[in-house]
Design a protein around this ligand. Structure first.
Ligand SMILES: C[S@@+](CC[C@H](N)C(=O)[O-])C[C@H]1O[C@@H](n2cnc3c(N)ncnc32)[C@H](O)[C@@H]1O
Length: 338
């Protein structure tokens, strides 16, 4: 049967078939994978091929139930099975075994930790209120810090490109506000040899930052400033301030206030760069961000996904000039006139 086209923003999109709608409704495979990460099945397997009883003994599981989980993981192409022996695929060995330098399980463990919040989505939609009162970096700093190390590894690929595109050759000082593991501060200092950076973040997060900055050999050029950016002074003045992936954790009033605060901490001619997961004006795309906005609804008290125009309005109200959307739905920049 030919499916009727849908017209969205001038693009022809195919509508979903019933089979695809059913497929969307199956979260079974998601929970199978997350449970395997929690049980650390992949580390138990490591480089070896093992039987169900051997794996069950290591992860503390019932053999009959574990076998069902392992078989599903084989069908999902995360494990392989030869006879009665199971093994990790190459991707599982690289990214899901804890001792691997490319381990990403912490991010999946975060998704699992948020499972119960998602179970309260209906309540959140009906009341408009989030089931949580604070975000993960405040409630579970250890998990938050582990997630930052994964984000750091992923961000290492995009940070230098962003730094180059911003053209910050004249800047001597950068404030990376809510800078997390220091991924962007490291990338910016690597691209601009005359730049020194300050990473401002919650004290519990900065323990991770200290380690990552030291590993990059940049402790001489990157300093750490602990604090709450809504309440504490930011130091400075700085030639550039970066806010990367922090505004979606907060409500609009708090964001307008923190943007105003950055204006006061910039030198004349200085620039504020906001990188975030912005929604298109229609708020129906990018697709990943529309789902992320629902994730933010159930997992933060005040957070939201915003449009780039909203962030640019906060900049305008704070006094910034030459405000541009540098990268669609990703980066906006404003200048404090000299
Ligand atoms: C998603 S991470 C983004 C990290 C980094 N900017 C990046 O792009 O990789 C959000 C960061 O904001 C920090 N943060 C959240 N609320 C904060 C606050 N009120 N004051 C300072 N830092 C905060 C968290 O500790 C965390 O490091």
């Amino acid at each position: 049967m030919r499916l009727p086209p849908l017209l969205t923003r001038g693009c022809v999109r195919r509508e979903l078939s019933l089979a695809e709608i059913f497929q969307l409704g199956y979260y079974w495979e998601t929970k199978i994978l997350l449970t395997a990460v929690r049980l650390d099945v992949f580390s138990a397997l490591g480089e070896r091929e093992q039987t169900v009883p051997e794996i069950a003994q290591q992860v503390g599981a019932d053999t009959r139930a574990l076998e069902l989980l392992l078989n599903a993981l084989v069908a999902m192409k995360v494990l392989t099975k030869e006879g009665v022996r199971y093994a990790n695929t190459g991707t599982a060995r690289t990214h899901l075994v804890k001792t691997s330098p490319s381990y990403v399980g912490h991010l999946l463990l975060l998704h699992d930790a948020e499972w119960n919040n998602w179970g309260r989505l209906e309540e959140a939609i009906k009341t408009g209120r989030s089931p949580v009162s604070r975000h993960v970096f405040e409630t579970n700093p250890e998990l938050g810090a582990n997630v930052l190390t994964v984000l750091d590894r992923i961000g290492q690929q995009s940070g230098p490109g962003l730094a180059k595109r911003l053209g910050l050759e004249k800047a001597k000082t950068l404030l990376d506000l809510g800078g997390g593991a220091g991924t962007n501060a490291i990338a910016f200092c690597t691209v601009y040899p005359n730049l020194t950076a300050t990473v401002f973040d919650l004290p519990q997060t900065l323990a991770v930052t200290e380690r990552v900055v030291k590993e990059a050999g940049l402790e001489g050029r990157i300093s750490l400033k602990p604090g709450d950016f809504n309440a504490d002074p930011l130091g400075g003045p700085y030639d550039a301030i970066l806010m990367s992936d922090i505004l979606h954790y907060q409500g609009p009033e708090a964001n307008a206030a923190v943007v105003r605060k950055t204006f006061a901490h910039l030198s004349p001619g200085g620039t504020l760069i906001i990188k975030d997961r912005f929604l298109e004006e229609s708020r129906t795309g990018p697709a990943w961000v529309t789902a992320f906005a629902v994730h933010i609804l159930v997992n933060t008290e005040q957070g939201r996904c915003y449009t780039a125009a909203e962030a640019m309005d906060w900049m305008k109200a704070a006094g910034f000039a030459s405000i541009v959307e540098l990268e669609r739905t990703a980066v906006v920049q404003g200048i404090k006139q000299g």
